[in-house]
Design a protein around this ligand. Structure first.
Ligand code: GLA
Length: 426
């Protein structure tokens, strides 16, 4: 595959291939002996997963980091980016895996230079992007940048269509590690035509650059983007509200069977910490994004996070669900209540475990039950239950179903570990 060219280091390649083979194996071996798989909403269904996806050695698990857009929009400059990199390190978020520092729209000047090259805005990025890349690399982080598969970016800076090779070369020469590629001013050309040229241009640079497609789900990218990029937006932009977050979760859920190591559905960046939702709503937002194997790209001002925001974003056990090497997107498996507002979401993890979220989208506290049938487990199977927000093992042996009281707009998140039943025990 041409994309193999950009794999620079064999150890990374071997790591990724072993993660992939683990995944493939796990997908053919039933999670538990003799369990019946429900025909719809099968938590193990990865039947639409692209064959090896884009094999550029990246995205064996969903990308983690920070992006400037949700909090700063166009109001960015090099000091903000550097201070954010500093804060990711000093808060400990970088050590938890948040390594990409992604500059979104508005970094570039209004016009290309006389050689036709993109130019960092001289007022806000006077030291240039290479200097920023050097700065974040010294901290062990990676730098992301943004462009557009059209004539202009959404904030009307120059776009990269028909400049793919020059722009990819420039990004690589600056030491960029990640490209988010947007969809504004697209000249009415189909995304399937506009996104591959940048993949090929990035590959041709010889630098390993994560390729994040952002065509807002308009042409159902899960159906085709696995061979083009490492993640693809499945929806329009998130905003910092319960209504937006829940709508987007449901839209992204539709494509669960298409995600896997190498290529992930992207329901947009996190709003945790931006002030428009309650603590419980943000906790649910983070839990569901983690379960859905969404990119975990923090969208708040990490220089000024509250303790509550930090507590949510730094939950190691929830992050571990997102980064589990099995790489199967969790999904909504059962609903009840008015407007289906009592929900069970679940997905398989390595070690024959399951991640389970009980999500109360109703306006009052309620009891939610996860029955084994909805999880693809035989009803006689016994599981131990660990609560990922309380950080406690709460039940030693649950059989047939598990119920919990869940606050309005809140969720509870667990790992179920089945007791292994060997054949001689049966
Ligand atoms: C689009 C994208 C957003 C953001 C803005 C920047 O709306 O979907 O995520 O990048 O453009 O202008």
């Amino acid at each position: 595959m041409a994309n193999m060219k950009i794999v620079e280091s064999m150890p990374i390649l071997i790591l990724c291939l072993s993660a992939l083979s683990l995944t493939i194996q796990a997908r053919v071996v039933p999670l538990l002996q003799n369990h019946e798989r429900p025909s719809s909403k099968n938590v193990f269904d990865t039947s639409k997963y692209g064959i090896l996806q884009l094999n550029n050695g990246l995205a064996s698990t969903p990308q983690m980091g920070w992006n400037s857009w949700n909090f700063f929009a166009c109001d960015i400059n090099e000091a903000v980016i550097k201070e954010t990199a500093d804060a990711l390190v000093t808060t400990g978020l970088a050590d938890l895996g948040y390594v990409f520092v992604n500059i979104d729209d508005c970094w570039s000047a209004q016009k290309r230079n006389s050689k036709g090259q993109l130019v960092p805005d001289p007022k806000t990025f006077p030291s240039g992007i290479k200097a920023l890349a050097d700065y974040v690399h010294e901290k062990g982080l990676k730098l992301g940048i943004y462009s557009d598969a059209g004539a202009f970016t959404c904030e009307v800076r120059p776009g990269s269509i028909y400049h793919e090779n020059d722009d990819a070369e420039l990004f690589a020469s600056w030491g960029v590690d990640y490209l988010k590629y947007d969809n504004c001013y697209n000249l009415g050309i189909k995304p399937k035509e506009r996104y591959p040229p940048m993949r090929d241009a990035l590959n041709a640079t010889g630098r390993t650059i994560f390729y994040s497609l952002c065509e807002w789900g308009v042409d159902d990218p899960a159906l085709w983007a696995g061979k083009i990029g490492n993640s693809w937006r499945t929806t329009e932009d998130i905003n910092d509200s319960w209504a937006s977050m829940t709508t987007i979760a449901d839209l992204n859920d539709k494509w669960a069977a298409y995600a896997g190591p190498g290529g992930w559905n992207d329901p947009d960046m996190l709003e945790v910490g931006n002030g428009g939702m309650t603590y419980q709503e943000y906790q649910a937002h983070f839990s569901i994004w983690a379960l859905m194997k969404a990119p975990l790209l923090v969208g708040c001002d990490v220089r000024n996070m509250t303790a509550e925001t930090f507590e949510i974003l730094s939950n190691k056990e929830v992050i571990a669900v997102n980064q589990d090497p099995l790489g199967v997107q969790g999904r909504k498996v059962y609903v009840s209540g008015t407007d289906d507002c009592l929900q069970v979401w679940a997905g398989p993890l390595t070690g024959h475990r399951l991640a389970v979220v009980l999500w109360n989208r109703c306006s009052k506290a309620a009891t939610i039950t996860a029955a084994w049938g909805a999880l693809g487990l035989e009803s006689s199977i016994s599981v131990s239950v660990r609560d990922l927000w309380k950080h406690q093992d709460i039940v030693g042996e649950a059989v047939a179903s598990f119920s919990a009281r869940v606050d309005a707009h809140g969720c509870e998140m667990y790992i179920f570990t089945p007791k292994t039943v060997s054949r001689s025990d049966v």
